[in-house]
Structures are given as structure tokens and as C-alpha cells.
Write a new protein. Sequence first.
Length: 737
Amino acid sequence: MGERCTVEGTVENLIFQNEDNGYTVLCLVTDQGEAITVVGCIPCVAPGEGMTVTGVWVNHPTHGAQLTAELVERRMPEGEDEIVSYLASGIIKGVGPATAARLVERFGADTLAVIEEEPERMSTIKGITAKKAMEIANAFRELTGLRRVMEFMARYDLPTTLAMQLYRTYGGEALPRLKENPYLLSGERYGMDFSTMDEIALSMDFGADDPCRVEAAIEYELTYNLNNGHVFLPRGKLVAATAQLIDLPEDTVEMALDRLIGSMAVVQQTVANVEACYLRSYYEAEVYVADKLLSLRYVEQPPLRSSVERAIGEMERRQGIDYAPAQREAVLTAAEEGVLLLTGGPGTGKTTSVRAIVTLYQKLGLDVLLLAPTGRAAQRLGEVCGMEAQTIHRCLGMAFNELTGEVTFRKNAADPLEADAVIVDEMSMVDLQLMRALLSALHPGCRLVMVGDPDQLPSVGAGNVLGDLLRSGAIPTVVLRQIFRQAEQSAIIRNAHAVNLGSAPSLESNQGDFFFMCRRTPDRLVQTVVELCRTRLPENMGIPADQIQVLSPTRKGEMGTANLNRALQSALNPPAAGKRQKTWGDIVFRTGDRVMQNKNNYDVVWEKDDGTMGTGIFNGDVGVIEDIDPSGELLTIRFDDRTAVYPADLLGQLDMAYAITVHKAQGSEYRAVVLVSAPVAPSLLVRGVLYTAITRARDLLILVGDDVVPARMAANDKQQRRYSGLRRRLKERSETR
């Protein structure tokens, strides 16, 4: 099993076919007479077709050996028997077994050519009118249109799933459109890399200055820079980068950009004296977020100050605490304003403030919804507030539309959330498009409280939502600055605030919950990290290995997460008799391993402990491999309270998670953190990375490595500028109200 091979044969019968996405299970009889089961995206297939399939053998626990198709070359049936089987299958609307037999009896091996090219000849057969002949021909042409799109994909080693998406969009025009402009596939919608489509287009004799090529290169630059956090690019930078990418003069790019602006594929608008160029969907998202936030803010709320102050006093008496002035202000503002932004670092009382706001809203009879960007953050928010919290994605019903290639949300303006107040934690992780989706699902008058720490790393996706809201001055904001006495006793919190102010963390010994271990050579550093997780922390401090998270700024190198994971897996979960494992590339997955999903997958089916079922495992979700079936082709993984079964072809979406990057740790909190302090790429040796890493630890943080690195990181407040117009848009719109 796992062997790659190529087989050739004829489709004998269909076992299963999903008409929406083309997923098919079929029986293929090889030229040697062997019947094999083939699975994969092979839309509109029928018995009698010939095909050559290249793929990988897997052993399904129920259905046995199957060939998972990676590349399929199809050929129409040729002999009379094959053509009868093909037409009799019902693949063409209006043609059943009897009609198929009459057609082949009359036209023989030319039957398919007659149907496509000379349909009027079919009307000479009894029972086939001229109208029916044209209907049969049109159905066959539609079918062959999709086949030819798939043949195009196969010829250039492109994913066959794209054929379905393209055909759903353009129908019979799909192939002509693709030949006219192969760069269609490099756009935001289909997601193929520009360089791949550029190579294909140039091989099809497209000119270097072809308008399709230049326009696609511009859109590629805008799409690529979304990954760098940029919502737009200044026109000058966009033109220069595109000209360099495709080696053409800037005036050629300027003309192409003007055409895209004219067609509204790109929107150009002046933002802070910069000619900002947006992909249309991101321009619309930015405008929507600004307008919706202000509309929520300016919904008139009933005067509640006196009753709220009485409620605050009652909560203080019941809890036996006195709220600090800023905390009291946060609760009052949440009652009086439609929107509140609550920020502060560790130990400043955000949790207490959020709990008080929830209690107050419940006293006012409001239906409260708690949300966070990640499962871990939602779990923590729910625990501190004593009620259920959800991830934003799950609450909105996030799904992937295979027909359009777009992310969709079940909850939106047409079907809003049934909540009077929504509280969102870890706002630093929320990007522009997720913010748009959330806001569109809030009904007018719904209160919104956003909680976050602006000094943490910004969102992975495009935009700088929390920072823009804070700097705009357009959103009522309460900043918690006072570090409470109990929190001051924590060296983790003291050092986090020191780093945030640009000072090096204290590396003195005996700090209670913050330790430094100097290890300047990579081998000693890795050895120490392993010892801490395997024996020292479990035996000396009673912290089990599964409650320790190793963090590193980088994936690469001897002190990156990839190498650390190999060492930690070997120490914490070595191979043993009876312990199953599965090799995938250079990773060995073993029962008991801690793993992390590395991309959004909307189709993975999971089941909760209470029997509830759903779909979707998202980037950053962490689980443990509970079981690997004897064939090694199915892995059962537990993600907190959900269990999912992964076939082997999804293992490329998993990374080991004994060690993870600081960026991947955003939104999570761990009982103990072991943080690698070592020279890495300059872009990662910055204050935000160190601050975010320190604030992931709840009870214990151990810094292992070079004693010079933490001071360098704390002193380096260099932040990559993100091009975003949200701050200016909010400011200008609020000033005109």
C-alpha cells in the first residue's frame, strides 16, 4: 500500500458518484482483465469509457484495496459494445438502453460523432424527433465540454477539481474561456500560482505583453500581498513590483492597471494621500466594516447609568471585590454604547472586566454570545465566564463552496445571529474578511464588545483590525493599564510588560514562574528542551508533558520547530511494540502524537462526545492521534471534545505540535511554555514575537538559549507596515456623523 502506479482499462460500472463535486468510486477493468476500484474526482464518467489512471494504492478498512486517482486521462468509448454500454448508462439525458441500441445499430462506431456533429441524422430513427435529436446533441455537447476541460487540466498537470468549478461558472464556454485566457485560474477565485499559469500560457504562444498576462500579474501581486497583511498596495509599488515580476516596462503595466480599474476588478481610491489599489472584495470589506461598526455604535441606547451603577455595586458586594476605575468605566461603557473596544496587557484585569460585562448584560435580560478566533481561546473565554463560548467560524456556520471555490457563512445579514450582545476575545487575531463576516451577521442594535491586546502579533490574514480600530478614535475604547497586585507577583507578567516597554526581560534565577537556562550551542539547547519536557518538569514540578508547549520563533534550522518536533517525538513518544505508526514524507505519525492542522479543511467530519456531528477542522487546531488502523490508512484524531478520522491523503495537512511557532500559538494559553531563544531570521527577532510568546504561559515560562537574543528582540520594535485604509475610513466617517 502507498505504492504509486499507472493502470489502463475500461469503466465497467459506477459504484458511487457525487454530481456536485465529481467525487467518484468506479470499477475499472484493466486490459489484463483485472477489476480494480478507483476513487477520486472523475466527474461525468460512465461505463464503457476508457481511461488511464495514475495514483496511489490505499487499503480501505471496509472496501479493501483502492487506487486513489491523482491524474486521469480519459478516452471516449470506441467499439460498438463500449458505445452501447456508455449510452445505455443514462449519462446522456433522453437516451436509455433501447435508444442506445438503436443508435449504435444504425451508426455503428460513428455514433458519438453523429450525435455531436450531425444530430439531424438521428431523427431518421423511429421514436427520435428532430427536437429530441437536438436535445440529445446538446446534452452530449455539454458533457463533452466538461470532459475537454478536464483533458486540458490533465495535459498540464492541473487539479481536476478545478474543471468542475470552471464548468459551473462558464458552462459550455469553459474551455474556450480557458484557452482564451489561461490566467483565469491564477486569480483569487481558483487559487493557482501565477508562475504555473504563466508557464502554461507562454507554452500556448501567449505573448509576454499580452493584456491577459499583464492584468493577471497585477491581480497576482495584490493577492500575494494579502499574505503579507496588506489590504491594498500603493499604485506606485504595485506597478513597480508587477513590472519586475514579468519583466515589462512600467507604462505597459500602468495601462493594464487602468483597464482593471475600469472593469472594477481593482478599485483605486486615495487613502491618506496614497493612491491605494484594492482587489474589489477587500475594498468592499473595508468599507462595509467601517460603515457597520459606526452604525452599531450610533444606535441609541436607553439611559442606564444609574441602574448600571447600582448593578455594579451589587456585583462587587456579591464577588467581594472592588472594580478598578477603568474596569468600572468598561462596564458602564458597555451598557451605554453599542460598541466597545477593551484592551490591556496581562494582569490588567481584562478577564474580570469581561465577566462583569457578561453579568451586567444578563441582568439587563440580554442574550449574550461569547466568541473567539480559535478553539483554545473560546474554551478559555467560556471557562472564565461560566458559559459556553464558540469560535467565530463555527458560530457563523463557515463552509467551503466547492462549486465557486469560495468560503461562505450560513449566518449573514439575511439570517443574523440571535444575540442581543456579542463579546469577541483575542481581537488581535481577527482579520478584515472575518470581521466583515461577523459584522454582517449582527442585527441592527446588537451590542458588540471587542477584547484584545494590541501589542500581540497581528492577524495572519490581511488587515490590522484591532490596531486600526484603536488608532481611529472612532470606537469607544477603554484601555486597562493598571497591573493588579496579585499579577505583579508573577515574573511572567512583569517581564511581559518590561518587554512591551522595550526593556530586556530579567534573566535572574529564582523568579518563581520565569526561568532562563543559557544554552548557546544548538545541540545542547535541543537536549535541554527535551529533558525539560521528558523528565525535569514532570518529575520536579508535577507538570505533565502534555501540558507543556515548546515555542520557537521559526520552523527552520536546528532550533526550529521541525527539528525540535523530531527530537521531542523521539523522547516523548518513541516507537514501541504494538504502537502503530504511519510514515508520510519525512514525518512519522504515531499513536499518541500531538499534531496540528496546518490549513482550513471544511469537509473533515467530526463527532463530539455527546454524539453531535459536524464538519470542519481549521488551521491551528491541535489534537492527539488516538488510533491508526492496521492498514495505516486511517488515523483517528481527538481535537479537544471532537474526534475526526483522517484518511492518509490528508496527512499533508498535519504537522507535529510538540513544538510550534509563536505565530501558531496566538490565541492559546498553556500551563507551561518552553521558549527557544536563539538567533533566527531578523524579521522574527522583534518585540512582538517575544511579547506574544511570553504571554502564552499561564503558570511557568522557561527561556532556553542565548542570553543576548531576548534583549535584542525587546529593543527591536520594528513592525512591518500593513497597508490598510480602515483607520482613516473610520475616522473620516465618524467625523461626518
